[in-house]
Design a protein around this ligand. Structure first.
Ligand SMILES: *Cc1c(COP(=O)(O)O)cnc(C)c1O
Length: 382
């Protein structure tokens, strides 16, 4: 067999019809509280307004073209994503400015990325001199000029250069290639996003800002000014806005909020509401000491702990298997009752689903489906 078998993409039919009541949405499915979602978009727009700092929300969280467009309409300069295939879907969906806030290695993938730069502004991160030629070749072959940002490690101990001199060497190598543009630096500290105490989190952000400032100054002395200094997430964007060194922030989770972010203390300033839920149905009360729901770990992430049970303080969710979750506690729900779960971590939860169901008045008696959006970049992992 030499040819590739490409089955028709088997997309599951949406779990809801527009205009239908919430009760008719089949479960388990991802439900967005549109009122909270719109408040979160507006709150982030307000937070950045007047700061001179650009907003580039992270789309790895929602993986949805329609939502990226709403963020652009609310003032974002572009979006971030983590993977080339995500960027392909976003550009195809009309997003004209995409930063792959990540290192991309390998000629085939870089070729695909460079081709996108024919129709959109494309940026990519790099943290080793050894990778610059590969980026330049891909860009030259596609006849484009990609924006390259040197990623620096500001304590996250993930990607990023540690040594300032090495950052300057990489930037210099980028600037030496006609097919590349040195655009600045990325400094994202994933580890500090979820520090529970806002004061401790802010102190970490101040240290991040110091490292960023030193790097920007070293680059500037070497004749390599940073047009863009980008980074920060939902836990640290306010500190980045206040730092005076970032030109751009990249929060993602603020839009949906998860249990994990909901539990940490907030800075003064804007707050965000839970807008993403897994709607689930009680499928068994055969044993009186538990109620079994139809959402297991194939419907909700468990990497950041168990989902919360919305508006039912006497009940907890535990022991998820693939397609079952167990509710225990006082005043358990009856068979057929519907329960909203608050995912522990929004990003990996969304990636499990094909559809997002937008509901107006989710927590009211007249809750109705107003939108059904595809998770366009679900499974876009390369
Ligand atoms: C995930 C991520 C973000 C967004 O962080 P949130 O905590 O979801 O707001 C921003 N930048 C980078 C590089 C990321 O990986």
């Amino acid at each position: 067999m030499s040819e590739m078998f490409v089955p028709p993409r088997a997309v599951v039919a949406p779990p809801a019809r527009i205009g239908a009541p919430l009760d008719s949405v089949v479960t388990p499915s991802l439900v967005i509280d549109l009122d909270a979602f719109e408040r979160n978009i507006a709150a982030m727009t307000r937070a950045v307004a007047g700061t001179g700092v650009a907003l580039r929300p992270h789309a790895k969280m929602h993986k949805c073209v329609h939502i990226a467009r709403l963020q652009m309409a609310a003032g974002a300069v572009g979006v971030c994503c983590q993977k080339v295939s995500e960027a392909e879907i976003l550009v195809k969906g009309g997003i004209t400015d995409v930063l792959v806030s990540n290192e991309i290695v390998g000629a085939e993938k870089l070729k695909r990325l460079a081709l996108l730069a024919r129709n959109a502004t494309i940026g990519v991160c790099i943290d080793e001199s050894a990778g610059v030629d590969e980026l330049a070749t891909a860009s030259a072959q596609a006849d484009v000029r990609m924006n390259c940002l040197v990623e620096i490690d500001v304590g996250g101990e993930r990607c990023g250069v540690i040594d300032t001199d090495e950052a300057v060497r990489i930037a210099d190598a980028i600037a030496g290639h006609g097919s590349l543009r040195f655009a600045g630096i990325q400094a994202y500290n994933g580890a500090s996003q979820h520090i529970a105490d806002p004061t401790a989190r802010r102190e970490t952000s101040l240290r991040v800002a110091d490292t960023v400032r030193r790097t920007v100054e070293a680059l500037s002395r070497a004749g390599l000014p940073c047009e863009t200094v980008t980074g920060a997430g939902t836990g640290t964007f306010q500190a980045a806005l206040d730092s005076g060194v970032f030109t751009e922030v990249q929060p993602g989770s603020y839009l949906f909020m998860d249990r994990s972010y909901g539990e940490i203390g907030r800075d003064a300033g804007e707050t965000f509401d839970h807008a993403l839920f897994v709607l689930t149905t009680v499928m068994s009360t055969a044993s009186p000491d538990r109620a079994v729901v139809d959402a297991g770990h194939k419907a909700t992430s468990i990497d950041s702990g168990m989902p919360g049970v919305w508006d039912r303080p006497t009940i907890t969710y535990e022991r998820p298997s693939d397609e079952h979750g167990v509710l225990v506690g006082e005043r358990l729900p009856r068979r057929g009752e519907r329960i909203l779960l608050v995912p522990g971590h929004c990003d990996p939860t969304v990636n499990l689903h094909d559809w997002l169901v937008g509901v107006r008045g989710l927590h009211s008696d007249v809750a109705a489906v107003e939108a059904v959006w595809a998770v366009d970049a679900r499974g876009a992992l390369f």
